[in-house]
Design a protein. Structure first.
Length: 315
């Protein structure tokens, strides 16, 4: 089996041999390959020695294939054709978005604002396929085989390239029914007497942070409901169970309709940013670039107010 291994030198010699046959002479083959005629001649001699067979009959006027050379040339020609197809496949992948793009995104943001845009993206690039995985833990792109991840965070992505998709604002909100019954908090300290609905994954220490006049305020909160589902949290809030802390990408439509009311707006909840992150790579693939550019275009990339914050300008 060891004797059947094809090493790089032999592959190069096979390509030179096939070019000589197709060109019809060593001189023309040397020009096509940008090699000296003597280098081409030495390669052919080395290959014939390696094979222990004569491939070409050469005279000063013409060259012709031997019987062995004819059979060998057919295989070499197919090898070069396969190599050309391999190059074309790479060229196609570099020219347009093609193939599968594996994307990770948070459950709420991904389902509400990434997934609804995918039909338009896929219609724009018919050769593109998206493998979208929704979860709320930080994936390891290299370890878990993701091309990119959409993240909502206030922390930079270490060792990753990050492109801004949109600003993420947070609000403390409640239903009009709850506020009519229990009053509207005017300061973060007022939350101590209110029912606060919490998401332990985001507030494991049981506090809500605020900023006011450049000062950070941390307010302990408690209430009748803790849940790991932002959908359940929002439904309970709409139903009047208490106050909660939500990203406006989830509740913007409810704020616009009046089903929820934002409170404590003079006390800013620290914002975050939605970013697309990917591993540093000198050769950014068209499918990766197309996805990021499209999402930035449709979400505003921080240059315009995202659609879910339209309620801010409608007030």
């Amino acid at each position: 089996m060891e004797n059947n291994r094809i090493l790089p030198d032999e592959l190069a010699a096979m390509a030179i041999f096939a070019t000589v046959v197709e060109a019809g002479s060593l001189t023309l083959a040397a020009e096509r390959l940008e090699l000296s005629k003597s280098a081409v001649s030495k390669s052919l001699a080395w290959l014939e020695g390696k094979l222990a067979a004569r491939l070409l009959q050469r005279t000063t006027r013409r060259q012709s294939l031997t019987e062995v050379g004819q059979a060998y040339f057919e295989h070499c020609r197919r090898m070069l054709a396969e190599a050309a197809e391999a190059r074309q496949a790479v060229d196609r992948l570099h020219a347009e978005p093609v193939g599968v793009l594996r994307v990770s995104a948070p459950v709420s943001f991904g389902s509400q604002h990434v997934a609804p845009l995918l039909p338009e993206l896929l219609a724009r690039y018919p050769a593109l396929q998206i493998d979208l995985v929704l979860n709320d833990h930080l994936v390891d792109l290299a370890e878990e085989g993701f091309d990119l991840a959409v993240r909502v965070s206030d922390q930079p992505a270490d060792l990753l390239v990050a492109r801004t998709l949109a600003p993420i604002r947070w609000v403390i909100c409640a239903s009009p029914t709850y506020l009519a019954r229990y009053g509207t908090p005017e300061r973060p300290q007022d939350l101590s007497v209110h029912a606060c609905l919490t998401y332990p994954l985001l507030t494991p220490s049981g506090v809500w942070p605020f900023m006011h006049d450049g000062q950070r305020i941390v307010m302990p909160v408690q209430g009748p409901l803790r849940t790991n589902s932002s959908v359940a949290l929002m439904a309970a809030c709409v139903g009047g169970a208490g106050l909660t802390r939500l990203p406006t990408f989830s509740c913007g439509n409810l704020l616009a309709s009046g089903e929820l009311v934002a409170v404590l707006q003079d006390y800013a909840v620290p914002p975050q940013t939605a970013t697309a992150v990917y591993l540093p790579n000198r050769y950014q693939s068209p499918k990766l670039r197309a996805f990021i550019d499209f999402m930035r275009e449709r979400m505003g990339a921080g240059q315009t107010t995202p659609s879910w914050d339209a309620w801010l300008t409608a007030k």
